[in-house]
Design a protein around this ligand. Sequence first.
Ligand code: GCB
Length: 722
Amino acid sequence: MRIIRNINDQWLFEEKGETSYVDLPHTWNAIDGQDGGNDYYRGTCTYTRELSKEECEGQALFLEVKAAAMSAEVFLNDEKIGGHKGGYSAFRVELTDKLSERNILKIRVDNGENDSVYPQKADFTFYGGLYRGVELISVPAQHFELLKDDTPGIKVTPSVDLKNKSAKVSVETWQNGGEVSIIVNGQTKTVPSVDGHAKADFLIENVRLWDGKNDPYLYTAQARLSSGDEISTRFGCREYHIDPNEGFFLNGRSYPLRGVSRHQDLKGKGNAVGIEDMKADMAIIKELGANTLRLAHYQHAQDFYDLCDENGLVVWAEIPYITMHMKNGRENTLSQMRELIVQSYNHPCIAVWGLSNEITAASPANEDLLENHRQLNELCHRLDPTRLTTMANVFMLETDSPILEIPDINSYNLYFGWYLGDLKQNDGFFDDYHRTYPERVIGFSEYGADANPSLHSVHPEKGDYSEEYQAIYHEHMLKMIEERPYLWATHVWNLFDFAADGRDEGGKHGENQKGLVSFDRKIKKDAFYLYKAAWNREEPFVHLCSRRYEKRHEDVTKIKVYSNQDSVALYVDDEFIEEKKGDKIFVFEYRLSGKHSVKAVSGDVRDTMTLEKVQAPVASYFLNNEVKEVRNWFDEEDTDPSCFSIKDTLGEITRHPQAGAIVKQMMDKASSERGDVANAVKDNPALQKMMASMTMESLLKQGGADEQSMKQLNRILQGIRK
Ligand code: GCB
């Protein structure tokens, strides 16, 4: 018999000499890790608990720590009995021979700076603590393996024959001797343990596939030893492959992966979330209709991979080898990857292993970094020949970098239209890449724009943090993705706002606000409904956008509706205004005069909001309460398209001798004034290429040019024929 007891209650917690009793899951950064200033406590804390006699019963006893962020040392009765490096994977320690009359367990956990444990530099809070709970596992003397990388002891490798509708299922177990009975789909096989390893193959005829969202069917494999120890795991039978032109295929048919990324933390709780929180997140993902998740930037809870199995989501799983390569960190990348794969191997949801994220952002792609990636890639293939490897590259990594040849498939994180550049550069980047490397698989691992749902704008602009700019940004991205079926997967950054204590922007402290949903999960921003309209075809809905922009000062206002229906009717104050046919986005105009109730209707579904005409723009809708003149002078100027203008890209302009000379002169002057930055651009061909595809208008705005000088340059360019 195997008895699993959670021991999550009543731990004596000590932080900087102060003690209190806490229950697990627990983090010490739930508040200071989320309030901005980048000043949350990073150091060592201890958790101590006496184990009762009953909890120590059994022939062999193991402690399982589901996660200890970021490193841990385990002591029993003051003797060190184990330790672990890495804050996102589980680890076990055997207690059996160390037990005495009274047993005091102490776990010292450390999230301080460290030059050999990842992550150390990244855009999220490195919460410390025992944030996924702790268990005691009591087993007979003869038992399945528990120690090696916290293995579940049972490994299932299905291989599907789509033509014959069958699956060969190979089940392996590890144990300290005896015979093993393995049961799969009603068939039992008894096999000997040879050198601690047993293996049995099964054939499932008329196999029911794990078929993504359509039918995420799960089988169970069980294994028993004569001692009574018993383990089981769920698994799914599925086949996938990826085509450089046509993208992802699941079970033989095209299944474009379109979805979001998720960080695991929650407002007020940090990373110490429970199963109910995870289920609530999954309900939101189901409502959105995504069919894939990038579970960034580290191993997530096994409970969450279970939820993905059950709900048919195709998952990208990764380790926190992120932003900055550390010369002492290689062993840690390998151990975190080994644990991720060993602990998560049986989940059918997982399709790819992510080697790293934006690793060249703060480190050169030197030989040490390349070798680290080669070893990771080789490790993934050795431990798991059934899955592909990938990595998420930063936008300024040149596409001919040798690092792109290491993983099986590629992906880029691009933020054109948010941190820099124009939305259209995203389109151009992928078109160029696909043209240059038609045989390579490419995906879009991150894209997003921050939005604070209390900020609003009638003329949304990059950098204004308005809910409206985020919506426009995603409208562009959704269309660009729909037009590029070769993208093997696309993941919005991020589904939820998350804690990044180093951030202090967009009217909030300590949050990255690129979420489609707020950090407390209470507000679904407009962009959420855009994707819902595209991805959730089952649940008819209409959604009125900018509902929080209630007090409007413009005379004629825009009323935008997102819907998965093909027509939407608008009513104001119960009077029918107009019905429009369309696809996902429906835009109406209405002249305001006082307070109105607005209703959007399609068939049986409706949404309502109130609007009110006010005399002046409401300051609280603007970042820092600074009311901006709501007009874009450029759109009001008459532009002759046969002549150059600042709407043309730098590349287009510089190719023309006369226009090019003018712009070059202007840029030389600017670079002599801004030395270092300009030199960095000069020496970086990837950045130069990027700038060439940006419009002059966007470059000027980014460089802080004022309206006058932009108008002046525009007038000069308008005098030059194309
Ligand atoms: C990235 C990183 C991610 C950040 C994101 C952002 O490229 O991979 O960790 O949170 O950008 O919002 O800047």
